[in-house]
Design a protein around this ligand. Structure first.
Ligand SMILES: [Zn+2]
Length: 510
């Protein structure tokens, strides 16, 4: 079986996946007033190079009709054979220097060998150095009359304004469902594949708007499942497909801090040519939704990450978006964001290793003669329904306090003077050290404030109760995942307690 994206690549303007691009190019060709310099801009896999090659034939075709190349005349045939010396393709990602442009210039000033026009197709043109762009600018300012330049880019923002002003821009975009479906239907019909609408729909949603990815994925699918494709078989196919990192998996790996796994996956994706701008954009949208969900905006499954973590992650992704323009290593900005996120959370861990928590609880047990409430060391730490456990609550304690403070300062103060000691069946047990604190926290309206706060941070409904500890040395808990400036604010507020606060925090968090 031949490769779909080669076998089914468009050969005529009318076969281009994007109708508006086809119309634009056809209009130029019909008018016979063909611009000498084009800029094809748009995401990877949107069909820029295919369109450039068809345009090269249409321009040189001896029998052009309605703006279409005949694909039969000797010029068309010569180009189709791939052997024409008058069609010069260059990848500016690997030929980005001034010497490369000088090489182009030499070729441009020589007359065409056989065709009417020499066509220069320069891919990833935004990767050129500044000097190379300057040299290119001179060439396209006064191009030899027998030359046409088709520059292609995935990132228009990196092209100097001076160069831009000389180019006729043709915008390529991601395929919408209709265009993607039309593209897939050609293959389905051509290969006589049995497949129903639901299955097609699923595949289209997986394509990320890229025609090339769609064709490649479908090719793999047919190679692996044969010509009768059933919906049930798809799920396992997509799960097993390597390199395809989805947002949910990314979130899971991030929340357990598996930095090695994440970086390995990102490196693999880079080799597979995944579009990192797209991937990062998807992550931003995904985590933004998760953040909104904490505040009950939207519907869906809530994240294990709390408000502070999601905010920090989104901020790092925004930073990555800015850095994308400053580096040619596509995966690097995202990798830096991941490293910083996990590094920040190492200082303020999302989840502590189980052993540490067990050790803490054991230590507590040793001093428990001071405390009324005891924690059973054998109690399971993780609870089924919510995926929550005591360690998670302890680690997010600072975040919980910050979330509650705006609603009621004294409730926050009572909580700060307590400590979480147990979490079973969605019920959190807090140890408090003064009867007054217990009474106030258990007042229905205050109880609601605390439970709402827990919900905002964890996205699940939790209850809580207070038990009175005997110890007079009230173990306060310092905020563990609060930004540094907030911690210092609080410390200046509460200077008196500073030393105790630190001692206790040290006891609890090590
Ligand atoms: Zn022709």
């Amino acid at each position: 079986m031949s490769v779909f994206h080669l076998k089914y690549r468009p050969t005529k303007i009318s076969e281009l996946d994007l109708v508006e691009v086809a119309d634009t190019l056809r209009n130029f060709l019909k008018s016979n007033d063909i611009p000498q310099s084009f800029l094809f801009s748009g995401p990877k896999g949107s069909g820029k190079t295919s369109a450039a090659r068809i345009l090269a034939r249409a321009i040189n075709c001896q029998e052009r009709k309605d703006g279409e190349p005949c694909n039969k005349c000797s010029n068309c045939q010569e180009i189709l054979s791939g052997g024409s010396i008058d069609i010069i393709e260059m990848d500016a990602a690997s030929n980005r220097g001034i010497e490369d442009v000088r090489g182009l210039k030499e070729k441009a000033y020589l007359s065409p060998g056989k065709l009417k026009y020499k066509i220069f197709i320069i891919d990833e043109v935004h990767m050129m150095t500044k000097e190379a762009f300057n040299a290119l600018l001179k060439l396209i300012e006064e191009p030899p009359s027998h030359t046409i330049f088709i520059l292609c880019t995935t990132d228009v923002s990196k092209i100097p304004e001076t160069v831009m002003s000389r180019l006729i821009k043709v915008d390529f975009r991601k395929g919408d469902k209709k265009a993607l479906k039309a593209s897939l239907t050609k293959i389905i019909e051509g290969e006589k594949i049995e497949i129903d609408e639901k299955t097609i729909d699923f595949i289209l949603n997986k394509s990320d708007g890229s025609f090339r990815n769609l064709q490649k994925n479908f090719n793999e699918l047919v190679l692996s499942l044969g010509k009768s494709i059933k919906y049930e078989d798809l799920v396992s196919f997509y799960i097993n497909k390597s390199g395809d990192y989805n947002e949910v998996e990314f979130e899971e790996d991030l929340s357990v801090g598996d930095i090695k796994k994440i970086l390995e996956r990102l490196e693999k994706m880079a080799i597979d040519g995944v579009d990192f701008v797209d991937f990062r954009q998807n992550l931003m949208e995904y985590f933004m939704k998760k953040l909104l969900l904490i505040f009950d905006v939207g519907v869906g499954k809530k994240s294990d990450l709390g408000v502070a973590q999601l905010e920090s992650l989104i901020t790092l992704l925004i930073r990555a978006a800015k850095q994308e323009k400053e580096t040619d290593i596509d995966q690097l900005p995202l990798e830096l964001a991941v490293i910083d996120f996990i590094d920040n959370n190492k200082k303020n861990p999302l989840v502590k290793p189980k052993d540490e928590v067990k050790a803490e609880i054991k230590e507590e047990k040793e001093v428990e003669d001071n405390v009324v409430a005891t924690v059973n060391c054998e109690e399971p730490l993780v609870l089924e329904v919510t995926g929550m456990d005591l360690e998670k609550i302890i680690n997010s304690w600072g975040n919980i306090l910050l979330t509650i403070k705006p609603f009621n300062h004294s409730v926050e103060a009572f909580l700060r003077a307590s400590r979480p000691i147990k979490f079973v069946n969605r019920k959190l047990t807090l140890e408090v050290f003064y009867p007054f604190h217990k009474d106030r926290l258990e007042e229905p309206k205050n109880k609601k404030i605390v439970e709402d706060g827990l919900f905002r941070v964890f996205g699940v409904e939790l209850m809580f109760e207070c038990v009175l500890g005997k110890s007079r040395k009230a173990p306060l808990i310092i905020q563990n995942d609060t930004p540094v400036e907030n911690v210092s604010d609080q410390l200046t507020d509460k200077k008196v307690d500073n030393k105790d606060l630190y001692d206790v925090a040290k006891d609890i968090f090590g």
